[in-house]
Design a protein around this ligand. Structure first.
Ligand SMILES: [Zn+2]
Length: 309
């Protein structure tokens, strides 16, 4: 059974005019239960991330100033959020959710955080709505505890994970694979191990063909003990920021393909939702909920039959 981490604290107050769809976290949390994807008992409240775990990735000064509300106006502009105690609480809880889900995935084969994938956070600063790099923190935590040696990041958010790539640059134990809009944010890309740049308007067929071409090679080459999957919803055709043209069906096939390839090589997967900025927030929630549904079917199939291909 799929174990999920989510919290009412993932939502924090933003001005009405703010373009970040903060409500999606609560809508998604309600949706996965209402749709019967998981029961309420399968949804766990994450603890706040341990500061020691944060410090394996982030500079102490940044953690400190973020936590106590001492970021500069420039830093806040880059981050894209106004500071509040609720933002801090959410940031610690969201990292906690990815850390707990990552640990659980090693037991169950798959687990999910209904947040996370904040891949634009660097060691010393946040940007693009990303405060802490939950993915890097979870990987380093499991490495420090001796639970894993190697990890592979499969980042299918439409934006490149510049922060993640910078954090793991020169670290041979973590392989970074990304497919993203070549002309989209961030405009200064930080090279990862394998970067597949997509043209604006890329649709299902080409996208899935590229994924099918690259991902098996990535997994064979990196031989990870854990895959961290960033299942961004922002590659959808009606996303405000994505510029790609994937359909609901294409995104579902993407998720099933990622989980299927990981299962073929027997690697546990922790799923994070990453970005999603639908013109209609219901589209974004539906895409993330489908990722949860497909993850739940993988958790339920003991024999490891790949789903859609
Ligand atoms: Zn994104």
């Amino acid at each position: 059974m799929l174990q999920i981490w989510s919290s009412a604290r993932y939502v924090f107050p933003l001005p009405d005019s703010h373009r970040f769809p903060i409500a999606k976290y609560e809508l998604l949390r309600q949706r996965v239960i209402a749709d019967g994807i998981v029961t309420a008992e399968q949804v766990h409240e994450p603890a706040r991330a341990n500061p020691l775990d944060l410090r394996r990735v982030h500079e102490a000064d940044y953690i400190d100033r973020l936590t106590t509300g001492r970021l500069t106006p420039d830093e806040l502009r880059k981050l894209g959020f106004p500071w509040s105690p609720a933002l801090v609480e959410r940031s610690y809880r969201a990292v906690g959710g990815t850390c707990e889900a990552a640990a659980a995935s090693l037991e169950h084969g798959i687990a999910m955080n209904l947040a996370g994938g904040t891949h634009h956070a660097f060691a010393d600063h946040g940007e693009g709505f990303c405060v802490f790099n939950d993915v890097a923190i979870a990987v380093r935590m499991l490495q420090a505890r001796g639970r894993i040696r190697r990890a592979t990041i499969v980042d299918l958010d439409v934006h490149q994970g510049n922060g993640t790539n910078a954090i793991f640059a020169g670290d041979d134990s973590v392989f970074t694979f990304s497919m993203h809009g070549g002309r989209n944010y961030p405009f200064h890309k930080v090279p990862g191990d394998v970067d597949v740049e997509l043209d604006d308007g890329t649709g299902d067929d080409l996208y899935l063909a590229l994924l099918a071409e690259h991902l098996p090679r990535v997994l064979a080459r990196s031989a990870p003990d854990l895959v961290v999957y960033l299942a961004g919803a922002d590659a959808h055709e009606r996303d405000r920021l994505g510029r790609l043209r994937l359909t609901f069906d294409g995104l579902a096939r993407r998720d099933a393909m990622v989980l299927g390839f990981c299962r073929e090589v027997g690697t546990p997967v922790v799923v994070t939702i990453a970005g999603g900025y639908g013109q209609d927030i219901a589209d974004t929630v539906a895409i993330h909920a489908t990722t949860a549904r497909i993850s739940a079917s993988f958790a339920a199939t003991a024999e490891g039959t790949p789903l859609v291909r």
